[in-house]
Design a protein around this ligand. Sequence first.
Ligand SMILES: [Zn+2]
Length: 415
Amino acid sequence: MKKEHYYPPPSSASTTSGWTAGRRRFADWLPWKLFQDQMNPDKANHGWFIGRYARECLHILPKLPATLKWPVAPTSVLEWHQVDESLREPGIYYGYRPEVSSWTECCHSLFTANNETLNFWTHFFPTVFFIWRTVQLADQWNIKSDGLSSDYAQPFLIYMFSAILYPLMSAIAHGFSALSHRARAVLFFMDYAAINFYAYGSGLLYRAYVLPDSWMQMDANIYLGMCVFLSLASTTLTCTSRAIVRDVVAQRLMRLAAFTLPYIWVSIPLFVRLFDCFRYVEASSSCPTADALRATKLHLCQVIVALLASFCYASHLPERILPGKFDYVGHSHNLLHICGVTATLFQMEGALIDMDVRRSHLIENQLAMMDPFWDQWIPLVVLLGHVLLVAVFGLYIYWNEPQTIPTCNQNKKCH
Ligand SMILES: [Zn+2]
């Protein structure tokens, strides 16, 4: 049910006429301005849910400790020197879970303070939200009198599936990685596979609705074919980094490369669009209308936040400069999750605007994706490819790794 009182009344500045080229001021670029716009459902046709989501989180958060009884009781947490070297994170001193825990202990640990608690929740809530958003959009398209055709919406739904899958797999991996040494490896293989499947989903989304016309005219096989290759190659690389490589620095570099390369390939045409749009003051071919400009700004925000996510992952800031201060809350992996999900929100909202306003243009000029091969069969093949890779590396772990690494002995005090 729509709650009218929940939102401030629309101001006179909220009409679409305000979105003209003359208003391309610095203030319009600020994320805060964007956030304010999203808070108003009458102004932001597609993006108001970001504001609503943030507002509902703010509403829920103060009640969370009482609701979840967090922390319930001091749970078994260890100091850095009590866990195996492979489990240590730079700058994190305290709050490690024991390597071997039962299912119930893992579930309990989600509601008690340790350094995985927020890693779980920062991806669990977005998973629920993305599911709700997908259902809401599918419902909207069904009831719209001039509804989008299912063929036109298909790439977006595949993308949403990938956007649901990656935080879900990540939440499961962070929540239950303490089951055993082998379980930890396999769960993170699934996490990596889901992230790389999301890279293919993003490529599909861009090809279907976002790319500049000049890139739309090019053969989709090259762009999407490379997306498929990089998606599977990156999962192979990340799984190798965890299953075979022992050097921690090499592992980090391999994972960084594996996540960065698909992102760069998928985003190259988007960078062209951003460059084309923002280098001219007047309307350009990439920003012919106010809506196109607004969508491009959302894509720009996505790029900025994604860069911030990579920076958090690579730098281990802030815990590296203030070790021991961010053991539970605010460490770089928490920030990585928050930035990653925020980037997905910007990407989704920008694509929704493109999808709506470019529809007739893309269909009339035969630029819309007409080949069902790429948005029906290939996603299935890519998904199965990832499942196969996880199975192969999982078997490798099963045959080559012990079930546990001893982390507590007489010389190491366990809490
Ligand atoms: Zn994570």
